[in-house]
Design a protein around this ligand. Structure first.
Ligand SMILES: CSCCC(=O)C(=O)COP(=O)(O)O
Ligand SMILES: [Mg+2]
Length: 258
């Protein structure tokens, strides 16, 4: 069972955040975000007239509730949202498209902590379903887990939720939507995240919650939720800890980044 859930109710499914939870906060903020932002203009120029760029433009217009937006305006908005770390779906779509090229060229990898593959493997072996819920687009999530130092981890995951499929992460309704989508009662779902407001929303929806503070993450404690520094305390009772699945190549040196 998952040992750290409130009341130790066995969870039917675990839903994991990415940034600050399964992967390093600094890798997302200092590597991934700048990689995309530096390429917004050149990517848009190279893909002008393409379907993916048209989809980004349509998403910007929908997001700001007006069709009266030029491509230049749209790019300016995307830059503003990136500067503010706004969890805006059009920004997340564009970032995902740019990152995809970085993963394909080998310039990027998805950072996951060593405890993540072993937890996913254990949960899978014990029949606990495993999902990701991140503000990053579903495509970006797949690319992240498909290109880790532990190999392609997508086979260990049952599904992905993002802002488009579930809604904003601080909204109670988003957790209700995920509960319906995975066909599990809220009380049998465990959400693991580094952001208190996300955990509060999940708890209000009736979920079990666990907060994460990775070593080196200097943000204060998350009030109101049991807090762990790795996923190991959530492993089933019979799971040995200390074994690493696969051989890390370049990610472990970043393991202690916040
Ligand atoms: C590879 S997903 C990139 C994460 C991201 O874009 C983001 O905004 C972080 O959101 P999270 O919900 O994972 O904390
Ligand atoms: Mg996070």
């Amino acid at each position: 069972m998952l040992a750290a859930g409130p009341g130790n109710v066995p969870a039917q499914a675990v839903v994991l955040d990415i940034e600050g939870t399964t992967g390093s906060l600094s890798h997302v903020r200092d590597v991934l975000f700048p990689y995309a932002r530096e390429r917004f203009d050149s990517w848009a120029a190279a893909h002008r007239g393409s379907l993916p760029w048209q989809r980004v433009l349509d998403a910007v217009r929908t997001h700001v509730h007006t069709d009266d937006i030029t491509e230049k305006d749209a790019l300016a908005l995307l830059h503003q949202w990136a500067d503010a770390d706004a969890k805006a779906p059009p920004l997340k779509t564009l970032q995902g498209l740019i990152w995809a090229e970085g993963y394909a060229s080998g310039a990027l990898h998805g950072h996951v902590y060593a405890d993540v593959p072993r937890a996913l493997e254990r949960w899978k072996a014990r029949g606990t379903a495993r999902y990701i819920y991140s503000s990053g687009s579903e495509a970006a999530q797949r690319d992240w887990f498909g290109h880790t130092a532990y190999g392609d981890l997508r086979g260990l995951l049952d599904g992905y939720f993002d802002l488009s499929s579930a809604g904003p992460k601080k909204s109670v309704d988003s957790y209700r939507a995920i509960s319906r989508a995975v066909r599990a009662p809220a009380s049998r779902l465990l959400f693991v995240s580094d952001v208190g407001e996300e955990l509060d929303a999940a708890a209000e929806a009736g979920w079990q919650t666990v907060a994460v503070r990775r070593p080196g993450d200097e943000r204060g404690p998350v009030a109101g939720h049991p807090t762990i520094a790795s996923l190991d305390p959530l492993l089933p009772d019979d799971a040995p800890t200390g074994t690493v699945s696969g051989s890390p190549t370049h990610a472990d040196k970043e393991q202690h980044h916040g």
